[in-house]
Structure formats: C-alpha cells, structure tokens
Design a binder for this molecule. Structure first.
Ligand SMILES: CC(C)(COP(=O)(O)OP(=O)(O)OC[C@H]1O[C@@H](n2cnc3c(N)ncnc32)[C@H](O)[C@@H]1OP(=O)(O)O)[C@@H](O)C(=O)NCCC(=O)NCCS
Length: 410
C-alpha cells in the first residue's frame, strides 16, 4: 500500500473513493455549489492506493482556527473525509493514513488536530479524545414563554436583559455577508469554536446555513442596527420549527432570537439543533421544564501534537501547579510535564517530579478545552490521580470561562 498527497487533479477520484467508503453516491452539485466537498483543500489530503495503484482510502485536513479558553485563537487541522473501501478494511489502511497525517501535521508546525467522529470507537487509539458536546433542545411552544430576569445591574458580563435590538426576517439568499460576519464575531469569543474560512461561505460548502438550502433567517441587530445574531430555520417537519443554528454575540441576543422563533404561529414545537450544554436559556423559561434535551453527544475531538505548546497556548483562570504524566501509545511517546499557572499564563516544562495525574494523550485532549472535568475521567478509570487532591486541583485549573462548544460541521 502507498499513501500519497493529492492535488486538485485528484478531486474526482478522492470524492468517488470516499463516497464508496460511505456507501453513497455523490449528489449532483447545484448551480450555486452547495456540495459538502466544495471546500476540500486538495493540497492537504491523502490517498491510499494498492500496489497496483487502485485508490482504497482517503483522509483530508482543513486549515481552521480554533478558539481556546481565554479567547485565544490558534491554528488547528480539521481532519476530514476519512474513509477506506469496504473491501480493504481492518488491514491497517486507516492506521497508516493516521500515522502519515500526524507526522505531516507536526512537520507543518501544528500542535492541535481536531475532528468529528462518525463512530466513537475509531479515534481514541490515534490519540483523539471527545472535547466538546452538543444537544438538541425541544420546546413545546405553549411552554416556551421567557421570563427574563432583571437586567444585569452589575458591571462586567452582559446579562440577558430586555432586548434593545430588532429582529429582521430574511431569506437565506438575501443574507449577503451577514451570516459570515456574525459567525466570525461569535466564534472568536466561544471556546471550542472553529473558524469558517471564506471559501466555505463562497462555495456553499457544508450544512445549512452555509449551504444554499432554502432557509428563513432571523437576523438580530443591535440598537445601532449592526447585525449581532441570527437563527436560520425551516419548517420541514409538520408543526415543527427546526433551528439549524443560533449564533449570537451574547446571551441577551440569544434570548431575543429564541423569543422570535418561539413566537412563530402555526407551530407546535421548536427544535434547537446544536444547542450548547449548560446554556442559560433553560433558566430563562418561566417553566423550567419547558425544554427537553435529547441527542446529547460528543462533537469536536481534540488531539494534542505538542503537549507543552498546547498547554501554554490556552488561557487559564486559576493559579496552581500540576505534574502530568502523559502517555502517547500511538506515536510511541511518553512525557512528564510540570504545568505552572500564574496570573492566567502557563509554563510547561519536562520534569522528573512525582506526577499528580497519569493520563493518555486522548484524555488530555478531552480535558484540554475545559469541557470535560478531569475528575470525571478519574472516576471513569481513565485518568489516574496519585493523591486525593489531584483531581480537584485539575478541575479548577482546566476549567474554561464557559463550556466549550463547536457549531461547525466538517
Ligand atoms: C473507519 C474506517 C476508516 C477504518 O478503516 P480501517 O482501514 O478498517 O482501519 P484499520 O484497519 O487501520 O483499523 C485500526 C484499528 O481500529 C479498529 N477500528 C477501525 N474502525 C473501527 C470501527 N468503526 N469501530 C471499531 N473499531 C474500529 C480496527 O479494528 C483496528 O483495531 P486493532 O488495531 O485492534 O486491530 C473504515 O471502517 C471506514 O471507511 N468506515 C466508513 C466511513 C467512516 O466511518 N469514516 C470515518 C469518518 S469520521
């Protein structure tokens, strides 16, 4: 078997091989684009071929920016388009592509890789751990009244108060660059969010509202008329208004958009897809039981390629010291690091001090963005805590300013 990088000339064979791996036929591209593969970066993809040159496996990478806790933006590779023909599975083709890809990512100087997993059993062995989570929130309209608390009287975090903005209803095709601009502002402040490079919007790649599928979009504008939020939705199912994504500059804007969709006549229920866990909206309903959570699942998986660089890159909110013993079986590496956090900045250096925690690099990926408490992984038997206070200290250290969440599908 051979693994080679692709070029633009390989686009058709790459897409065909991948579709065969998933057992699907490619849909016909629409006039305005809209196929998911329109944003592939063919200079970053790999094709695995047999000795006779027959393509049997694919793996790709997008160039994203990931928001870390502390509103820090770093480059991250978004691994994508992974597939092996059913006739060539369980012979190590994926393992070979993963090894090739991780080596190449490191050679590019990248220290973080992310992906969405089709199945949860595939990627832990390659050092990825689930790091952000997402849910679906279903709200019967008759229970969906919002009882917003008193407006934020304390300085600092903007609390959800009375809305001073307006909501305009547009069709997807009328939105121009509004969605791209609002999304970009939102993702810079949301830990776990990924950039959506312009080519995604230009080419209509991905899922609605990036793709040009017919949608209504409620666009929220602030008191000065500047767009600061949107909810794109459709009424595909009977009596159900389904919101693809709600993107808002702050919680007050999110509440205003929720009020808008929940006020839609002739609808029995509103489904918020990609609802962030621990979002305050549930506390803003008069009836705390108004929203029913379902489809609670992992979304973004994270893989650290350089532990000290990754740990010093993110923002920290509690001072402390922790010795981490990190095992990376797939790359055959092991390291013990002293993490020292002072005034929001971290230092991370090799050490031979006794460890506080021993963990696999995939578990470090899970706790890295603050969406998984280290103590949960200690209780699950994944992470070993060497003394009683270690997990509590790690929980305090790895916490983010708010739970990480990723809306982007790739
Ligand atoms: C997932 C997929 C790419 C795996 O490719 P592959 O070449 O068969 O994988 P490998 O032979 O390198 O497998 C490596 C190890 O992972 C395990 N593994 C691979 N896919 C697995 C799966 N879906 N579930 C459980 N274990 C899996 C293998 O059993 C093997 O374990 P071992 O080392 O203990 O023997 C392939 O099954 C596929 O194309 N599936 C459909 C498309 C898909 O889901 N792609 C992933 C998109 S995120």
């Amino acid at each position: 078997m051979d693994i080679r990088p692709t070029t633009d000339q390989d686009l058709d064979v790459f897409v065909d091989t991948l579709h065969a791996a998933f057992g699907r036929f490619p849909e016909t591209p629409t006039e305005r684009g809209g196929v998911w593969w329109a944003a592939l970066e063919m200079d970053r993809n790999l094709l695995a071929t047999t000795a006779e040159g027959r393509p049997v496996g694919t793996a790709g990478a997008y160039s994203f920016e990931l928001t870390l806790p502390g509103e820090i933006l770093v480059p991250a590779s978004g691994v994508t388009a992974v597939g092996v023909l059913p006739s060539h599975r369980r012979r190590g083709v994926l393992s070979a592509m993963m090894r090739h890809q991780l080596t190449e990512l490191r050679a590019r100087g990248e220290f973080l890789s992310v992906l969405l997993a089709s199945e949860a059993l595939i990627y832990r062995r390659f050092g990825y751990g689930p790091a952000t989570y997402t849910q679906r929130l279903t709200v019967p309209r008759h229970q969906g009244a919002l009882a917003l608390p008193r407006a934020g009287k304390t300085a600092g975090t903007p609390a959800a108060g009375p809305d001073t903005g307006t909501v305009e209803l547009l069709r997807r095709a009328e939105c121009g660059e509004i969605l791209e601009e609002v999304y970009d502002r939102y993702r810079r402040a949301q830990p776990g969010a990924l950039s959506r490079p312009s080519r995604w919007w230009e080419r209509g790649a991905g899922q609605p509202p990036i793709s040009p599928a017919p949608r209504y979009v409620a666009v929220h504008r602030d008191a000065e008329g500047v767009p600061d939020g949107y909810a794109s939705y459709s009424l595909a199912e009977p009596n159900t208004l389904t919101v693809d994504e709600t993107v808002a500059a702050d919680d007050a804007v999110f509440a205003a958009l929720a009020r808008f969709v929940l006020g839609h006549d002739l609808v029995a229920q509103v489904v918020f897809k990609h609802f962030p866990p621990a979002h305050p909206l549930r506390w803003q309903f008069a009836d705390f039981r108004a929203g029913e959570v379902s489809g609670d699942t992992d979304w973004l998986w994270v893989r650290l390629l350089d532990v000290p660089r990754a740990l010093t890159a993110r923002g920290w909110f509690t001072d402390g010291e922790l010795v981490l013993d990190v095992d990376d079986p797939f790359l055959g590496e092991h390291g013990r690091y002293l993490l020292t956090v002072r005034d929001g900045e971290a230092d991370c250096v090799p050490t031979d001090r006794e460890p506080d925690l021993s963990l696999d690099v995939s578990d470090l990926g899970s706790v890295y963005l603050g969406g998984t408490a280290p103590s949960t992984l200690v209780r699950a038997g994944h992470i070993r805590a060497h003394h009683p206070g270690a997990a509590t200290l790690a929980d305090a250290l790895f916490r983010a300013e708010r739970p990480p969440h990723c809306l982007h599908w790739f």
